[in-house]
Design a protein around this ligand. Sequence first.
Ligand SMILES: *[C@@H]1O[C@H](CO)[C@@H](O)[C@H](O)[C@H]1NC(C)=O
Ligand SMILES: *[C@@H]1O[C@H](CO)[C@@H](O)[C@H](O)[C@H]1NC(C)=O
Ligand SMILES: *[C@@H]1O[C@H](CO)[C@@H](O)[C@H](O)[C@H]1NC(C)=O
Ligand SMILES: *[C@@H]1O[C@H](CO)[C@@H](O)[C@H](O)[C@H]1NC(C)=O
Ligand SMILES: *[C@@H]1O[C@H](CO)[C@@H](O)[C@H](O)[C@H]1NC(C)=O
Length: 263
Amino acid sequence: MCDGMSAFLRLVIFVAFNGLQALQITQLSVPRWIENGTQESVTLDCVYNFTYEDDHLVVKWFHNDDPKPIYQWIPELGSRLVSEKLQGRIDMNSSTTPSTNFTQYRSLRILKPTSQLSGKYSCHVTSFNGLDTAEKEMTVYAPAKFLRFNYTKTTSDKAKFGCEVDQVYPIPDIDVFQTSPGASEHTVITDKETEVFHQEYSYKVSVTYEVDDSELSPDGATRFDCFVSFPGTNYQRLSSINYYPECQSILEIDQSRNIITDI
Ligand SMILES: *[C@@H]1O[C@H](CO)[C@@H](O)[C@H](O)[C@H]1NC(C)=O
Ligand SMILES: *[C@@H]1O[C@H](CO)[C@@H](O)[C@H](O)[C@H]1NC(C)=O
Ligand SMILES: *[C@@H]1O[C@H](CO)[C@@H](O)[C@H](O)[C@H]1NC(C)=O
Ligand SMILES: *[C@@H]1O[C@H](CO)[C@@H](O)[C@H](O)[C@H]1NC(C)=O
Ligand SMILES: *[C@@H]1O[C@H](CO)[C@@H](O)[C@H](O)[C@H]1NC(C)=O
């Protein structure tokens, strides 16, 4: 009876105590953007406030919605597992510094990160004392292998413009602008078509639009710009074309000259 009571009291005290001091992730560091093929490694870290009241600590990392952890560490068992997907991509030698037996192998040092390792990373920490999870997105962006901006006359007074990037990851923003001769401000061309082609771990993206010469100023070149960027990074590329619309009066002169030549 007396033992039962004290066990109950201990439980109440235990629950109250643990309610206040649950294991929590205090910091998750995952870089938002890194450039493909430029980093020797990237370290994702999951900082939690472990205390010795915690028992049976398990640290897991997940990638996207894969239900299998990509990495799992159980300090008490000295066990560390890496999923098949990341086999050879994780540096098993790296450890946090300074470290204790319960923080040593919590981080994930990914070697030579590439675009296919982009996505959501979540850290799950559990112990007898609680459970906490945190997640962040990382994108390993790949600059376009090339940017082509060109046009073809479709009729005597119309032109089709195309701006294309290849082997890029993820899908970048592609904006096209028009600047009238002598103007300092550009206007955004919204009447455009965007096509996305999926390739293995990259994209080809093409933006096209049509220009009607009669809507352009006849007084010189209209400048068209194609601007490619990953918002959130410094990456941006620009290609410009100076376009001269067909001038009706010159056509007439040409025609009359032709007629004269024919005679
Ligand atoms: C962990 O941090 C959280 C938030 O700062 C705090 O509420 C909790 O009491 C801390 N737990 C321990 C065991 O220190
Ligand atoms: C990313 O970098 C790797 C290694 O440098 C390269 O093989 C791969 O083609 C790159 N991916 C893209 C989408 O450019
Ligand atoms: C880890 O350490 C082992 C043994 O010292 C070494 O052979 C291996 O190359 C190291 N791996 C990395 C990724 O540094
Ligand atoms: C840390 O782990 C080592 C090896 O398992 C053990 O000898 C040592 O006592 C542990 N330290 C603490 C503070 O638990
Ligand atoms: C741009 O050039 C490519 C390669 O010459 C061509 O296939 C494409 O049709 C051109 N696009 C336009 C809009 O002229």
